[in-house]
Design a protein around this ligand. Structure first.
Ligand SMILES: Nc1nc2c(ncn2[C@@H]2O[C@H](COP(=O)(O)OP(=O)(O)OP(=O)(O)O)[C@@H](O)[C@H]2O)c(=O)[nH]1
Length: 106
């Protein structure tokens, strides 16, 4: 419903929850199939957690090579602090990127 007016899709996954990545992949591909051009920003979150998948593994697990060559795709490793008080560089970078994408497409 919301994607018809969206400028960017920001998709956050728990990089340490390996078991649910196939479900995350399924939902992601359902979401993006309607719009071949919608830019996609994937945040591979919880990078500080034990066993968290890195960029290559998340790219593979979510099937990001299949999102289409007409789409801008960004995959960023992020983590947030437990109390939310600290804003790590990765989150600030993601925020800056999303702001730029919205200003370009808006
Ligand atoms: N260590 C760490 N904890 C995080 C991070 N991001 C979120 N959390 C914590 O993880 C807990 C659960 O949050 P989420 O996983 O975002 O919640 P959720 O997706 O609704 O939960 P599930 O659907 O059960 O996975 C909260 O206590 C968050 O503060 C992170 O990057 N690192």
């Amino acid at each position: 419903m919301y994607l018809t007016t969206a400028q960017v899709l920001v998709y956050v996954v728990d990089s340490a929850d390996h078991k649910r990545l196939p479900l995350a992949k399924q939902h992601l591909h359902q979401l993006i199939q309607e719009d071949l051009h919608l830019p996609l920003v994937v945040l591979a979150n919880k990078q500080d957690c034990d066993g968290a998948y890195g960029i290559t593994e998340i790219h593979e697990a979510l099937g990001l090579s299949e999102v289409g060559d007409k789409r801008k795709l960004f995959l960023i490793r992020t983590r947030v602090s437990k109390d939310g008080m600290e804003v790590p560089t990765s989150i600030q970078d993601a925020k800056d990127l999303i702001t730029q994408l919205v200003s370009i497409t808006g």
